[in-house]
Design a protein around this ligand. Sequence first.
Ligand SMILES: NC(=O)c1ccc[n+]([C@@H]2O[C@H](COP(=O)([O-])OP(=O)(O)OC[C@H]3O[C@@H](n4cnc5c(N)ncnc54)[C@H](O)[C@@H]3O)[C@@H](O)[C@H]2O)c1
Length: 435
Amino acid sequence: MNIAVVGAGYVGLVSGTCFAESGNEVVCVDIDRARIAQLEAGGIPIYEPGLEELVRRNVKEGRLSFTTELEPAVAQSMVSFIAVGTPMSETGAANLSGVLKAAESIARAAVGYHIIAVKSTVPVGTNDRVREIVGRNGGHRIDVCSVPEFLKEGSAVEDFMRPDRVVIGSTSEQAIAILREIHAPFVRTDNPILVMDPRSAELTKYASNAMLALRISFINQMANLCEAVGAEINEVRRGMGSDRRIGSQFLFPGVGYGGSCFPKDVQALIHSAAEHELEFTILKASDEVNNLQKRIMAERVKQHFGRDLKGRTFAIWGLAFKPRTDDMREAPSLVVIEQLLAAGARVQVHDPEALDNARTIFGDRLSYHGTNYEALKGADALIIRTEWNQFRHPNFQRIKAELKQPVIFDGRNLYEPSLMKALEFKYYSIGRRPV
Ligand SMILES: NC(=O)c1ccc[n+]([C@@H]2O[C@H](COP(=O)([O-])OP(=O)(O)OC[C@H]3O[C@@H](n4cnc5c(N)ncnc54)[C@H](O)[C@@H]3O)[C@@H](O)[C@H]2O)c1
């Protein structure tokens, strides 16, 4: 099958590469010339475990290529996936300009029967809008389908290769059959391909992300209550998570959810509901809880060191919104860094993959360090924002030697409070008794 993937970001590049890996001939199209030039030169513009090797192999074997020219890529394909960004607009609604523009260009370029499969996360009703645009611009029969993507950054290749489910939103038998065939190699272990109408497919994506965001906000607020009443969130989490109706996944307290999806998708769903005169109260609460949670650690820093942080230096481990990615969009680290800088502190940062993105965002307002220990030198305290594996068992003696004072603000509960006490650290974490 010849496939075009429009938008070569976290979703498009991973999807295109995995489609190529299963034997299809795939062209990834992007308007970002620098990104395409980098890919053509053998570089990978994002960090995603396992992706580089797959891209290299499929390029070498002639199944994967990159271009800024949409027309020829679509003309030679039967299916075009749209995987462009749908960022939050000022109103909170998803900005669909990239999706609609891509759809129009695909409709104009398509030769013969064509499927436009929208992978970007788009508000309910977008499929109809795309169909209208296609109707005005396409000379051929074009089926517009919603095929939302559920991969997670940090395990995107694995998720794409073995998805929990594939959702196909379409009413066209022909399109459904072709999309089933394209996805068949990824569901060999009988994970379901769920076929539904496009509106339900669009909402399924938002419903999934909204539920996950809710779980995080719930456990975060529960953690705050644990601290207030002297309970231990990990005990509570284990106790409730072993109820099979609740489950133990995605119930870890921390410094709030970030990334390019949850914050914007929660806002977009609130906005979609409002358009239909429905107030999505529970999601508004989730958003509010999350925004407060992102600020909690800096408040604790101020309680410990005083509100004026002039002359203080803080080391931050972890900038990406989660481990195994370089993505800093809406990352909780952004909030704490701004709070510390605003209070007059100096900030020294380390992240295994996100330093380049951090430099683009903060320029010379921070100092950047290639190793976690270097970031500690002369700092008053260590603040942990991302649960990278390599932070789980550090050399605590070295941390102590590098810091001016043995103080750790751990936003990811990486360490045991009893161990911290034994090592004579002042240790703050989330939902546990301070030691
Ligand atoms: N990142 C995730 O984990 C994830 C997971 C599931 C779904 N999604 C959804 O997938 C979509 C893409 O997300 P992403 O994280 O890959 O975004 P991204 O910002 O990493 O990539 C989007 C790419 O699209 C390109 N682009 C924009 N307009 C274009 C156009 N008209 N033609 C061609 N290329 C264009 C951009 O240059 C960019 O390279 C979003 O709707 C997002 O909500 C993301």
